[in-house]
Write a protein that binds this ligand. Sequence first.
Ligand code: UD1
Length: 344
Amino acid sequence: MKEKILVTGGTGYIGSHTVVELQNAGYDVVIVDNLSNSSADVVDNIEKISGIRPAFEEVDCLNFADLESVFSKYQGIKAIIHFAASKAVGESVQKPLLYYRNNLVSLINLLELMPKYDVKGIVFSSSCTVYGQPDILPVTEQAPIKKAESPYGNTKQINEEIIRDTITSGAPINAILLRYFNPIGAHPTAILGELPNGVPQNLVPYLTQTAMGIREKLSVFGDDYNTPDGSCIRDFINVVDLAKAHVIAIHRILDDLQKDKVEVFNIGTGIGLSVLQLIHAFEKATGVKLNYQIVGRRAGDIEKVWADPALANNELGWTAVETIEDTLLSAWNWQLKLREKGIQ
Ligand code: UD1
């Protein structure tokens, strides 16, 4: 029998790619999403790729009764991947209570329901933002958690603690916290990808929209950082590679392979690339010249961060395999597809 996995935020950017990989691995997926930052078409697009239509419930994880009805409707949910969250750093500074409510209460609701419905474990979408500016690079999971730079970042830290405290208190569940670095790119079919609402805040969607002529110019936020070319350094991880890490984490929970009831893994490539290097890699991969300018630093940006992914490589048997060129090409093909469909 296929094991049933609940994916909250399953129509979102990382969630949708993960649903496809779960289906490819033989899992039965139930998506819960309130469509606050995605659309129901994504369910069709998932089906186009995998050939299997996932169950979909338009439910807000903040609504306990609605969420509970999903567990009773789809009996036998074995594990959860919890993506559903608000994720705009800048907006979180303007609307902290919205972020604390959305991101904390959704998780609390799930954790309360898990024992009642015999759900074995949860994979949580965490972020390298919990490390702030690490003292040592590449950063390992042992690095200290630094004071969060934004309410968004704080919700990731607090949620990690909520999970730990719940399990320490004896709740009969397990967890894997995946700390993502910077997910980019799209599905190689160009049927799924990132579709930000309004003006993109993240680098790659802004970059591809600029290359397409939707935006006039990409602003590079700062060239006076203490890095070789002066721009910030990130660890850009292909979204399909990232999605596959979730499938391995689910398998690990369900097959009792965990060494601790709560495990943490960095999910990155181990390669630090500067913003300017990324721009040049995009130009090389696509042959499209990008209009960009250097502007001042963006408040709250970390100077440089990249992962030590050794633990994930060795323990999970997971490694990022896609090249940056192929990944940027996938982002560009997705942007071209959006144009073709008249979306952007
Ligand atoms: C941020 C969060 C991360 C979160 C992610 C998702 C922090 C420290 N990081 O990542 O936790 O998961 O957003 O939203 O809170 N840049 C430009 N021009 C642009 C846009 C970005 O130069 O138009 C630069 C930024 O200054 C940064 C790099 O590109 O150096 C990456 O930025 P971005 O894609 O926004 O991701 P992070 O800020 O790294």
